[in-house]
Design a protein around this ligand. Structure first.
Ligand SMILES: Cc1cc2nc3c(=O)[nH]c(=O)nc-3n(C[C@H](O)[C@H](O)[C@H](O)COP(=O)(O)OP(=O)(O)OC[C@H]3O[C@@H](n4cnc5c(N)ncnc54)[C@H](O)[C@@H]3O)c2cc1C
Length: 436
């Protein structure tokens, strides 16, 4: 079998890339080892940049309709008696323009939307139940049931997630950072009017609640590393109480979960491959980088990788400038952006990793000041959104730390804010005449 672009892995990253290429007339084949939907939880929060990308692919309305819009993240810090000690709001509407909210969508449903959209194009092929075993030279070797397949291609894209076969074929080593905590994660019913995200913490506990469509809510609850087995031995009512202690409003809903088997363990890791490209092979998404889930960025980084690489491969095909050397543009655009998000997610993780009252105090003050200082608030939401990147400077850190006063009266105009958004030239710099 022969194709122009072979994608190993039909997750959100691989499918977004495939749809983009299919729409631009490039022959693309996706191999996915799964044969059906998986019950394993994965990323569900779509940040504004992802929605902008899906808009470009003609899917904004469909995804919006099948998701829950999140405008605000409600950050609650509780005292040791579980009374509210502080409340701050991180608000997506500080971002001007159409993409000023996040959206919670069921992961498998998002994959179905992308796959169905790509299937409309005759130049898209999908090999379900096909595991990529090895990639060498110009061929990928697949196993589909008892059948062995070989796919030849001009370019091979590794979108298989953390254990990437393509990364192995590229001989790229990664160094993984682990954390002192894990998460319990599960979805359960919610009240209809519970629509915004909620993060509730005490000095030694953390619960994140992210409403999904269909009156459901995805939750993540932090536990010390190694506590999972012991917890699972306890009656399910123990789990309910862990949740209702922190969020009394979900009393009556979380109890609808009656089986520990539904509650999954999520082990956060962080790594960033030293490079994404080697000859005609490229890695994207979790194959290239893994972030701590605290900032809800993993899936969005995969989508953003797919957008930039898809545009580049399609432009290379269209212009006839097909040399793999041009693939370095992908790394040039994406590497520093991904590194920034990885560091932001790592810092957020550290803020909740240590069960000390001083850490809780510093965290509360940082979030409070971020809400009060319009520039800090905008920077935070911009960086999280993926629409732009504006690093915090020493003054910002001093304001967060309480050493300098907040700039209450110094809000930015919409025009100034929009100047901080990535431009088309920054997203796709090779489009400038003569660069490709
Ligand atoms: C257990 C788990 C829980 C997570 N929870 C969250 C969360 O709560 N919030 C968040 O933001 N992020 C979360 N993430 C991260 C987020 O889901 C990922 O960042 C995102 O899915 C990355 O997309 P991807 O397309 O790069 O990889 P994936 O979504 O991992 O997709 C890779 C695909 O490749 C397939 N595949 C793998 N190997 C092969 C092979 N050899 N041959 C063929 N196919 C193959 C897999 O079956 C899969 O469908 C989680 C990740 C994991 C693993």
């Amino acid at each position: 079998m022969k194709t122009d672009v072979f994608i190993s892995g039909g997750g959100v990253g691989g499918l977004t890339l495939a749809l983009k290429l299919a729409q631009r007339g490039v022959n693309v084949t996706v191999a996915e080892r799964l044969t059906s939907k998986t019950p394993a939880y994965k990323g569900e929060l779509l940040q504004p940049k992802s929605m902008q990308i899906f808009d470009g692919l003609g899917l904004f309305e469909e995804i919006e309709e099948r998701s829950n819009e999140i405008k605000v993240l409600d950050m609650l810090e509780l005292s040791s008696t579980l009374a509210v000690r502080d409340q701050s709001f991180l608000d997506y509407s500080v971002l001007p323009g159409k993409y000023n909210a996040a959206y919670m969508a069921h992961h498998e449903e998002l994959k179905s939307i992308l796959r169905e959209a790509a299937s409309q194009y005759p130049n898209f092929s999908y090999l379900g139940g096909a595991t990529v075993k090895k990639i060498d030279g110009n061929a990928a070797h697949l196993q589909k049931g008892k059948e062995k397949l070989e796919v030849q291609a001009d370019y091979f894209i590794g979108a298989e997630g953390r254990a990437s076969v393509t990364r192995k074929a590229m001989d790229i080593e990664i160094k993984q950072t682990t954390y002192n905590h894990h998460f319990l994660t599960v979805t359960f019913p919610r009240a209809e009017n519970f629509r915004d995200g909620k993060i509730i913490s005490t000095y030694n506990r953390f619960l994140g609640l992210f409403p999904l469509p269909d009156n459901q809510v995805r939750s993540v609850y932090l536990i010390p590393e190694g506590d999972y087995q012991e917890l699972k031995e306890k009656p399910i009512s123990h789990f309910h109480k862990l949740y209702t202690d922190l969020a009394p409003s979900i009393d009556g809903y979380v109890q609808q979960l009656q089986d520990w088997k539904k509650i999954q363990l999520m082990i956060p890791v962080m790594f960033h491959a030293p490079s994404y490209v080697k000859e005609n092979k490229v890695i994207i998404g979790d194959a290239a980088h893994a972030v701590h889930p605290m900032a809800g960025e993993g899936m969005n980084m995969a989508i953003q990788d797919a957008d930039v690489l898809g545009e580049l491969l399609a432009d290379m095909a269209e212009s006839g400038k097909r040399s793999p050397e041009n693939l370095h543009w992908f790394e040039k655009v994406r590497y520093k952006r991904a590194e920034h998000v990885i560091q932001l997610s790592h810092l957020s993780a550290l803020a909740y990793s240590f069960p000390f009252r001083t850490v809780s105090y510093l965290r509360t003050r940082t979030v409070e000041r971020m809400e009060e200082d319009p520039i800090l608030h905008f920077k935070q939401m911009l960086n999280v959104s993926g629409l732009g990147m504006w690093k915090e400077n020493v003054r910002d850190r001093f304001i967060q730390g309480g050493i300098m006063p907040v700039r209450r009266s110094r809000d930015l105009t919409s025009d100034t804010k929009e100047l901080k958004y990535f431009t088309r030239e920054e997203d796709y710099p090779w489009k400038v005449e003569g660069l490709l």
